[in-house]
Write a protein that binds this ligand. Sequence first.
Ligand SMILES: [Zn+2]
Length: 329
Amino acid sequence: MNGAFVISLDFELYWGVRDSKSLEHYKENILGVWDMMPRLLDLLSEFNVKATFATVGLLSFESKEALIAAIPDKLPDYTHKAYNWYPDYLTQIGHSEEDDKIHFAPSLIKKIHDAGVHEICTHTFSHYYTLEAGASIESFNADIEAAKKRWHALGIPMNTIIFPRNQYNDEYLKACKEAGFIGFRGTEDSWLYKPMSRLKENSWRRFLRLIDSYWNISGLHCNDWDELLDSSGLYNIPASRFLRPYPSKLRFLEGLRLKRITDAMTYAAMAGKIYHLWWHPHNFGKDIQKNLNFLRAILEHQHTLYKIYGFESRTMNKCYSIINNYEQR
Ligand SMILES: [Zn+2]
């Protein structure tokens, strides 16, 4: 089988970082998504590249009233109070995307949907943290039930889940299988990327991950088609690399950062494996043109690999159907 190039984006705006980044410091990135997204969709379309957009359910509502009416019955009660978004945090949000472009984005979701080629899946309803104290299977089930209901109302199939902060374990994967999901994005196969609660995360691991995005210290993280089926019964399309935002202080290393990605893509294309690149739209919300230029260089490389090795762009959902058809032959 030919290799595949997979892109996934965790689309969350401020819901994904409200506990970790102040608006004062990060507003430009969040609001920049509104300018960046149409340009990103144009760039993907230029190279015929299809992406999977894992979207937070809370972003999708036309109004605050509709959002409040859709809140799940059972909510997590995180020990770390900054993770809780209900009820206090809701007093800080606006009425709709007209007056609040950091918590609402139904028109951007529509734009992605209207492109007709991308997969829109879930990043949970509320940006749910499965590995933080206070999370429970009951409230997680209620969260994804609310997400499913919302996607159903919008006419969007929901086969894939991408876990916020890549936090998952066997118990939550089992719950997802029972809820009808087909696949998820796992982490890279290295202790550097092993799912972990944010409170247990340490700066040493963070630092090594930064180094790893320039020099190969953890491997290429390309995956075989016949190893995608997880013990939970879900397909795991593991991440190969997080696409970091343009680093102005380390810009002299941009060649190395690009080579780290393109070398692994070349290997995946030649060996018939899957290479999976992921990031958040808000990572591209600042230095938009520089970030898009970097992505363009990656897409040009993929285009060359497609012509030589048939290394085609696939959504995560498409990967499941390819492997299913292959197994049925
Ligand atoms: Zn997220």
